[in-house]
Design a protein. Structure first.
Length: 279
């Protein structure tokens, strides 16, 4: 009965917290929270790296949130461990969102190449084509920035080089190289860009096929990694205080540390294998 009542109280607490967040949505608390997580949002929508002040703010927010969750789950020892891991988690989230932005920017390369070819075929110059391109997603965001730089009088080559460095992908290297080569040596740039777009789409399709072929294995590996954490949560819910008692025993602490180290090695190995497959 006590466990059931505790579970019901937790559910009601979540509902109450949700109502509280809705009540303070337009208050200074919500504004401060939005300002704190804004660097994390920009990392995913603009690929921007947070400043040192923004990184500290994110680290404090993550540490406080995890410490509160750890205290509710297992008491002070779990709160300390979770709070210490907050800065590392915040950095990992920013890195993951920036990596996702770069991946989406690389995926938009064929659409950018084809749109640029269409604009050139319509009679625009390279500067005019860059200023009129409309592409959704990260590619459109970077092209909008390039258009603003061109409107302010920036050199075309400088803008293209900035795009290439920001994308940091072979597909964008090929697009910029083709544009600059045609400017210096001449040639049919629209057809070149259309052929390049077709080749990039073929490469992306092959990459997706490779990822789909290994999806089941990667999903199984993730489940195996998450199972111990799920077992810990269920054990704590079934017998409150179990996790705290384990953390106060030196033998269980040593075994838990070794298990976490093996889990970390397995996670890094799986991530590396996934990246190699994607390449």
């Amino acid at each position: 009965m006590a466990v059931g009542l505790a579970f019901a109280a937790a559910v009601l607490a979540v509902v109450g917290a949700w109502e509280l967040l809705a009540a303070v949505e337009r208050t200074r608390v919500a504004a401060a929270l939005e300002r704190a997580i804004a660097p994390l949002v920009r990392a995913g929508t603009e690929g921007a790296s947070p400043t040192s002040t923004e990184r500290r703010r994110l680290a404090v927010l993550a540490a406080g949130t995890l410490a509160a969750a750890g205290w509710l789950l297992g008491g002070v020892p779990v709160a300390l461990i979770a709070g210490v891991s907050g800065p590392a988690l915040a950095t990992a989230l920013v890195t993951a969102r920036r990596r996702r932005f770069r991946a989406a920017l690389q995926q938009s390369a064929p659409a950018v190449a084809r749109a640029l070819a269409d604009a050139l075929s319509a009679g625009h110059s390279i500067r005019g084509a860059l200023a009129t391109l409309t592409v959704p997603g990260p590619g459109g965001h970077e092209l909008a920035g390039a258009a603003r730089a061109l409107a302010l009088g920036a050199d075309t080559q400088t803008v293209l080089e900035r795009l290439r460095r920001k994308a940091n992908a072979p597909a964008w290297d090929a697009i910029v190289a083709g544009v600059l080569l045609q400017r210096d040596a001449g040639g049919d740039l629209p057809n070149l860009l259309r052929d390049l777009a077709g080749a990039l789409e073929t490469a992306q399709r092959q990459e997706r096929d490779a990822i789909a072929a290994t999806a089941q294995a990667r999903f199984t590996a993730r489940i195996v990694l998450v199972l111990p954490l799920g077992a810990v949560v269920l054990a704590e819910l079934a017998k409150p205080g179990l996790l705290q008692s384990l953390l106060t025993n030196p033998v269980s602490v040593a075994l838990t540390t070794a298990a976490l180290a093996f889990q970390l090695v397995a996670l890094l190995t799986m991530a590396r294998i996934s990246r190699n497959v994607a390449r």
